[in-house]
Design a binder for this molecule. Sequence first.
Ligand code: SF4
Ligand code: SF4
Length: 353
Amino acid sequence: MPTELVMPHEAVERFFGRLIDEGPVMGPRERVSQPGFIHFDWLSDAADLRLNYQTTTIPPKKAFFPPREVLFEFELTDPLKITAVREAESFTLVGVHPCDLAALRMLDDAYAREPAEACWPANRARARVIGVDCMPDEYCFCTSTDSCYSRAACDLFLTPIERGYLVEVLTPAGEDMLRVSDVSEATDEDREQAEAFRREKAGAMTARLDATPEELAEILESEEHTELWKEIASRCYSCGSCNTTCPTCFCFDINDEFDLGLTGGRRMRSWDSCQLAEFALVAGGHNFRRLRWQRVRHRWYRKFVYLYRTFGRPYCTGCGRCSRACTADINIVDVTNEIINRARERDRQGVQG
Ligand code: SF4
Ligand code: SF4
């Protein structure tokens, strides 16, 4: 391992159909009420699977970290009765792009840090993952974040070639999924076609950051007080869409919901957003990031400085979702490059002066 095999076109639907027969499968499919809109959802028919799709609005992390979930139910008896509500069924997540695979590994690492979080690794352990390669649109910049060729966190990875898919078998679980499939050994020509696909992908990437992750972290650290944060904030609505669409955001909120009779209820966990005004509000009414520009700056620092310094890589995959989703048209690549260029220009003027 890894081994490279070929799954011909005619075997693809049969393969995914068998996975669906074996257990729950989540993958990209067209939303019934919105033709053309592709999202990750449970599949009951392999014919619904769309492996050739542009980045979804909501990332596949939702398979392991749902936007809203019940952690446990409680009854206000004496003693208090608590019943854990945890899914236990195994499932398969299919059709995950390289950038979203990279994000899964980032969340593996983030949630494993002490004090470790328990739900994410339990959900990850229930799932097999199949990745698939893709072509970028004008928002993608994964070549700048080292996520373009990620094979992290997946058992099989598919690359389109003339005969069907070149299948990289990356784990024993991946090997097991292929046990009764019509696959054959890849030839040099198949490998060359997969390589050509990757070259075409990188060549088609029009958006890119003008600095390496290390340079960017240093520049941001020196640009803490740039006026640009206020300029961006003057356009930002603090809607939080940039966070809720981000595959690497992992903050959540916890609330208890009571039944009408107040005899019990459930503890809920839901996605949170550092762009919302109350995110940094603490007891006593103090808000650590009361001003919008402070929250905008925090998002950049979180992605490219704090977590970069902690984990040695930016916590941004370059998927472009935040830019696509932003109602104020705030584009992460444009803003980041503006910060980089202003900092370099100031340095140049400093040297000349
Ligand atoms: S999506 Fe855009 S407008 Fe909404 S909080 Fe993020 S940057 Fe601001
Ligand atoms: S910050 Fe934006 S581009 Fe980066 S991973 Fe999150 S959604 Fe994707």
